[in-house]
Design a binder for this molecule. Structure first.
Ligand code: CMP
Length: 140
């Protein structure tokens, strides 16, 4: 199995409810190693740039406003098949569809305020990690 890295964001609905530790425990219990992590408060411009692929979607402005509303924790997770593994641990985007035991089933409030983001493919993982972290911040 290939060792991969993926970008994860613990979103404002989760940081607000003090869920960072519980969410990190889910990652670590699944064998994902947190190799970089920082708590930041995104500006609307930074959130808009990160989610620009969704710029034409009707929920884009709501998404940007939400992601800039309160602090987030951005992190790099590493492990065997980390991208797919993280998506499994997160559960479906809409918590109503998420399997029990997943982060979104347990913690997410709605499809918009769904507690976590994770990269969806190797190329996006690379881009998303580089958006938030320099090579020096990735300590393995
Ligand atoms: P995320 O994995 O961060 O990627 C894009 C985000 O857009 C997604 O999680 C959701 O939080 C958000 N999103 C997707 N669909 C909707 C929707 N119908 N309404 C509001 N937000 C949405």
């Amino acid at each position: 199995m290939a060792t991969e890295r993926t970008l994860s964001i613990i979103k404002p609905d989760a940081t607000r409810r003090n869920l960072t530790g519980k969410i990190n425990a889910k990652f670590e219990d699944a064998g994902l190693r947190i190799v970089a992590q920082k708590r930041i408060h995104l500006t609307k411009a930074q959130a808009g740039e990160f989610y620009k692929v969704h710029a034409e979607r009707p929920f884009y402005q709501e998404l940007v406003d939400f992601m800039a509303s309160e602090p987030v924790v951005v992190q790099v997770l590493e492990g065997d098949n980390a991208i797919a593994k993280n998506r499994e641990v997160m559960g479906a985007t809409n918590p109503a569809d998420a399997e029990s035991g997943t982060i979104r089933a347990e913690f997410a409030e709605s499809v918009g305020e769904n507690s976590v983001h994770g990269s969806d493919a190797p190329e996006t993982a690379k881009e998303e990690i580089a958006y938030f972290f320099s090579g020096l911040e990735l300590v393995g």
